[in-house]
Each structure stands twice: as C-alpha cells, then as structure tokens.
Design a protein around this ligand. Sequence first.
Ligand SMILES: Nc1ncnc2c1ncn2[C@@H]1O[C@H](COP(=O)(O)OP(=O)(O)OP(=O)(O)O)[C@@H](O)[C@H]1O
Length: 322
Amino acid sequence: MKADEEGAVDDLVANEDAIEYERVVVLNPVSGNANHREQVQRLATEYDCTVLETQGEGDAREFARHAAENGAAVVAAAGGDGTIHEVVRGLDDADALDAVTFAVIPAGTGNNFAGNVGVTGIEHAFEVLDAGERRRIDLGTTNGRPFVNSCVGGLTADASHQTDPEQKARLGVLAYVVNTLRLMTDYEGLPLTIAASDEGDVTWSGDAVFVLVGNGRRFPAKGRTQANMEDGLLDVTVIEKTPTANLLQEATMRRLFGSETENVTHLKTPALEIAVEQDSPVEFSLDGEKGEWDGLTLGVRPRTMELCVGEEYERYPENSGE
Ligand SMILES: Nc1ncnc2c1ncn2[C@@H]1O[C@H](COP(=O)(O)OP(=O)(O)OP(=O)(O)O)[C@@H](O)[C@H]1O
C-alpha cells in the first residue's frame, strides 16, 4: 500500500476513540446529485451503522479494507458505481469477500447495479441491509481486478461523459448505446481478437465499436438489462464496426437490441481473452472506472460475494419477461 493511501484511515482512527465496525456504510457525499448525505447519516443511525465518509479517490477502497480487517459483518457502499467498485476492491484487498456481506445504497446517477439487485432507493437499501435476503453472486475479474457490473471498451467510455444524468438515470445502458451510436460515424473501432473459452472455444476478430462484458449488466435484449449474477458466466456483447450500416435507423436499432443481427455477437463464457491488435493500449472501464490495457484476461469468481438483495432481485433474469 502506498503511504498516501493510508492517510484516510489514519485520519479516521485519530478522530474517533472507538469505532464500531459491525455494520459500516462507506459514504461518498458528492456522488449523484450530492443531496443524500443527511438522509444516509440519519438512516445509518437508525439502523446501527457506522458511517465512514470519503473525501476523495481511493478512500472508499481503503475504508472498506480497514472495516473488513476490523471485523465488519456488513459493509455498504453509498454512492455511485465508482464507490461500489472501490468498496468491493477494498473487501477483496482484505481477502474478506467470504466473511463480509456487501450492501449497496443507491446514491449515484444511474444506480444500475442497485436496480439490478432489487434495491429501489436509499430507505429501501437500509431495510434490505437490515433484513433482506442474502445471495452469493459472481464477481468478474479483469487482469485480476474485480468488477461487479461490467467491463466495457470502445465508445461507451466517451459516450458516458456526454450522457446527461437524467437520461442516464432513465435509460441506463440504453442511453450509453444511443449516444455511442451517434458518435459512431467517425469512430475507427478497436482492432481486437477475442477468444472465449466456453464449450465451443469461440474466437472473434475485427474492429469493435463496443465490447461489453457484463457480470451484472448486459445490453438490453428484449427489455432485460440484468445478467444472471450467479451462473459463473460472463455475458459478452461485441458490436462490430460496419461502415455502411446506419445504425441509428429505427429498424436497425430494433434489430440491434434483438438477438439476431449480423454485427452483434452475444456469448456467455466463464473466461475471455481480449488481444489488442495495435501498438497502443486501449481504454476499458471497470464498473465505470477507466484503465488502459494492452490485453485483457477476463474471468469469473463464481458466487464469491455475499450481497443483500431486494425482493425484486431476479435469480434467473433470462427466464423472466422474455
Ligand atoms: N468527498 C469527495 N469529494 C470529491 N470527490 C469524491 C469524494 N469522495 C469520493 N469522491 C470521488 O467520487 C468518485 C466516485 O463517484 P461515484 O461513481 O460513486 O458517483 P457518481 O459518478 O456520481 O455516480 P455514477 O457512477 O452512478 O455516475 C470517485 O472518483 C471518487 O474519487
């Protein structure tokens, strides 16, 4: 651990005589529209949770690790996808994913992960934390680093900056896709070779406009956006650059989100290798946190994290609504 990463925990310990770590809420006070702080603190008191408030990047990861190492039974992330990602990394750093139950308190802009696990709001999140069902869900990994929701490459990262929060909240992944398609005309695509070690050993090669590897998230197909989080498989969608197609046309959009379309490949696999066929690294984001990689090795740690889920969590999303 770097010295500056220890600062947040040192400050924390210096300011409190005895911290109760049984139930911890790691709170990002500025995520989303930054109006959730008081509500989270009030509910945390009501539900006997200790709030650890982040001041900047890395704090959530550090607090989660510290809480896990000090006997926490439940650690919750109150924030957006970035906060969720950091907290899960912190639990993983402490090697505590087996011992600690994770909970999500939706206080970001999109709150896709919370929605996928049946948590509908901040108040509901505390009820679920307190007495909701617990499920063990898979974690995805990219080059060893865990992700709960998705690993995406291509235009999605750019598009997410240009998606206004209201649209993002309403449409989720679909907003990314629509915006990305708008930007697509002058986008070269990523030259990739993708090898999936599922039963058929599928290999895909070409210029990809998007790659979305979902653990909890997938492209909407027939109205579903949640992937099965307990099947030990990654949900992979690759959209290939096709110079002639006008993907913004209504009919094409409809096909795009259906199952059969020429330039969209869907597959499920426990392991995936993505090779970058160019000299410079490409950008992917894990749960919305960006990184650059020359190549990615993706895998699954099946049913590795215990999670508090709401009543509407769908164990088998592929069997419902389709
Ligand atoms: N007190 C703070 N002040 C400023 N930035 C902070 C603070 N605490 C955490 N952060 C930063 O907030 C970011 C994480 O935000 P998060 O993703 O949780 O929310 P969001 O971006 O608003 O939501 P979403 O991911 O749903 O769009 C991290 O980059 C982290 O460094």
